[in-house]
Design a protein around this ligand. Structure first.
Ligand code: PMP
Length: 288
């Protein structure tokens, strides 16, 4: 990534030339949102849905979206033209920007409506998890969900998610699953699904669950396959007794869960429904 091209406020620069003010509210207040758009076999996956979520999140945060969807697409296309990866993602971050006037320089929580957002994009390769590991499944741990109450917004305020991911790493687990008052919300960077008695379940959307783009896609795939799916409150007990469980997110698509807090889930490896959905993804990600 040393001298890779990045995008910063309408310019394509080498990473070392990209400079952002330390007074930027993204840095001072984590006042911004982000998106991560995956490309598999060089093709954007669900780009329109990602741009729609970005637009929605910016409007909820009252940050102006200064680009039309066509402008976003053209900047993204130009940025990726500097790279020759096959599977990769484009990270987009939009913060409220840096204060322009001296009187605003003092740290003030309120913002000025005329602030110019800081828009930053970079590209990174996606290293897909090897298929044999997917079939074995991955261990997870649980942690109290102590995040702020607007997790439905893809905010750059991810300190607790970072602590949670590290909590998993320290325990040699793949992911930390958040639990709020005995109910599963989501993973530190993923949504969660379970299968019980041939029915799929996933936590219903609320302010503690990000409406994952992969989650939405997987729900549609489950329906297309004529399986039942319900969006409900999933207790930790139900997760522990599930026949199968898996995580979804944009970079890995689907990751089967083999154990939770060292207790085996289902067969202790990827279940048949997880494998069926994963096969669909393999067609998108591994073969053109
Ligand atoms: N929840 C959280 C907290 C996440 O960080 C992510 C990944 N960004 C997801 C869910 C999955 O969302 P998506 O499918 O859009 O990547």
């Amino acid at each position: 990534m040393k001298n890779s091209k990045v995008f910063l406020n309408n310019k394509f620069l080498n990473l070392s030339e990209a400079k952002i003010s330390p007074l930027d509210r993204g840095f001072i207040f984590a006042d911004g949102v982000y998106e991560l758009i995956p490309f598999f076999q060089d093709k954007a996956f669900l780009l329109d849905k990602h741009l729609l979520r970005l637009n929605k999140n910016l409007s909820e945060m009252k940050i102006e979206n200064i680009y039309s969807n066509d402008e976003w697409r053209s900047y993204i296309n130009k940025l990726i033209s500097y790279y020759d990866y096959t599977n990769f993602y484009v990270y987009i971050q939009v913060s409220r920007g840096a204060p322009k006037h001296e009187e605003e320089v003092l740290r003030q929580h309120h913002y000025y409506n005329e602030m110019e957002p800081t828009i930053f994009m970079y590209v990174s390769e996606i290293n897909l998890l090897p298929e044999d590991k997917i079939r074995k499944g991955f261990s997870c741990v649980t942690l109290d969900d102590l995040r702020w109450g607007m997790c439905n917004i893809k905010s750059i305020s991810l300190a607790y998610n970072a602590l949670a991911k590290n909590y998993a790493k320290e325990r040699e687990a793949f992911e930390t699953v958040f639990v709020k008052k005995g109910i599963i919300t989501e993973g530190s960077s993923s949504n969660i699904f379970i299968v019980k008695d041939n029915v799929f379940y996933t936590p219903q959307l609320n302010n503690y669950v990000l409406p994952g783009i992969t989650r939405g896609y997987v729900i549609e795939e489950i329906k297309n396959l004529d399986y039942q799916i319900q969006e409900i409150d999933i207790s930790i007990d139900l997760l522990e007794k599930a026949d199968e469980a898996f995580l979804t997110n944009s970079t890995q698509f689907l990751v089967p869960i083999s154990s939770l807090n060292k207790k085996i889930i289902g067969s202790g490896q990827a279940g048949k429904y997880s494998c069926e959905l994963y096969e669909k993804f393999k067609k998108i990600s591994r073969y053109s």
